[in-house]
Design a protein around this ligand. Structure first.
Ligand SMILES: NC(=O)c1ccc[n+]([C@@H]2O[C@H](COP(=O)([O-])OP(=O)(O)OC[C@H]3O[C@@H](n4cnc5c(N)ncnc54)[C@H](OP(=O)(O)O)[C@@H]3O)[C@@H](O)[C@H]2O)c1
Length: 260
């Protein structure tokens, strides 16, 4: 499931504990796979138990130490329960990847209702804040930890394929991450974000027809869409000690779709 690509090894990662929200599908699932291949003990997050179980089973099959943690990351109580389970079954979280998010509709701005606006901001920005704020106190106590948040190239540049609520939420994730990098650096904690352009996750394959996918691929100077593994391998580098002097960075995993 590594898309046939070799997975690089970062020996410093072996034995660390990672919590990946949105780990049950797409980019999050690919990231769980590359972490597990590096000896990281992985907590796979999501809402649907079936999706979580499938990824956990796959990781265990290759000998990884993995557990599933089902929680809606919009709910503080569920996040607390998820965190307790990870701590008691795997240990304190060293690597936090609050990747859960997304949006459901390409709504023009004049048609976005207050309810839809709040839903998208909550699913992407507030969920990131709630997850980070639940885990960070234990990282501060241990004076260690690394966080990679999930933005989007829609949070960086104007992307006509996206909707204003999602773009605003993902821009918020970038600035939130820069703030936590500044505030948590003195506690020995790094925080960066990745900003992928369109990646062919299962969700994207479901909502975009082949002709639209071909048009999106042409928008990249490299002529292809990204894959979940492209995001996973960038994240793997960011969480490793090879990136120990990188914090507050936004990494565009975008095939060059950053030059307007
Ligand atoms: N694919 C892209 O082109 C692209 C580009 C830029 C950024 N991103 C971002 O990357 C992240 C993953 O995207 P993807 O395309 O890989 O998505 P995906 O395949 O739809 O997976 C989304 C994951 O997030 C989980 N999730 C969603 N809302 C949740 C909630 N409230 N609580 C807990 N878990 C929740 C889902 O679990 P359940 O299904 O069980 O709810 C699933 O594991 C998202 O934040 C997305 O905005 C994606």
């Amino acid at each position: 499931m590594s898309e046939g690509r070799p997975i690089p090894t970062y020996p410093d990662l072996a034995g660390r504990v990672a919590l990946v929200t949105g780990g049950s599908k797409g980019i999050g699932a690919a990231t769980c796979r590359v972490l597990a291949a590096n000896g990281v003990r992985v907590a796979v997050g999501g809402r649907s138990q079936a999706g979580i179980d499938a990824v956990v089973a796959e990781l265990r099959e290759v000998g990884a130490d993995a557990i599933g943690v089902s929680a809606d990351v919009g709910e503080t109580g569920q996040i607390e329960r998820m965190h307790s389970k990870v701590r008691s079954e795997l240990g304190p979280v060293d690597i936090l990847l609050p990747f859960a998010g997304g949006f459901g509709a390409f709504t023009p701005v004049e048609e976005i209702s207050a309810e839809e606006w709040r839903e998208v901001i909550d699913a992407n920005l507030t969920s990131t804040f709630l997850t980070v704020s639940a885990i960070v106190p234990s990282m501060i106590e241990r004076r260690r930890g690394v966080i990679v948040t999930m933005s989007s190239n829609g949070g960086r540049y104007l992307d006509k394929l996206l909707t204003a609520s999602y773009a605003a939420a993902k821009a918020g994730v970038i600035q939130f991450t820069r703030h936590i990098a500044k505030e948590l650096g003195p506690h020995g904690i790094r925080a960066n974000t990745i900003a992928p352009a369109t990646v062919s996750s299962e969700r994207i394959e479901r909502i975009m027809d082949p002709a639209s996918r071909a048009r999106v691929a042409e928008m990249s100077p490299l002529g292809t869409m990204g894959t979940p593994m492209d995001c996973a391998l960038a994240t793997l580098f960011l969480v490793s000690d090879s990136a120990r002097w990188l914090t507050g960075v936004t990494l565009d995993v975008a095939g060059g779709r950053i030059m307007l």
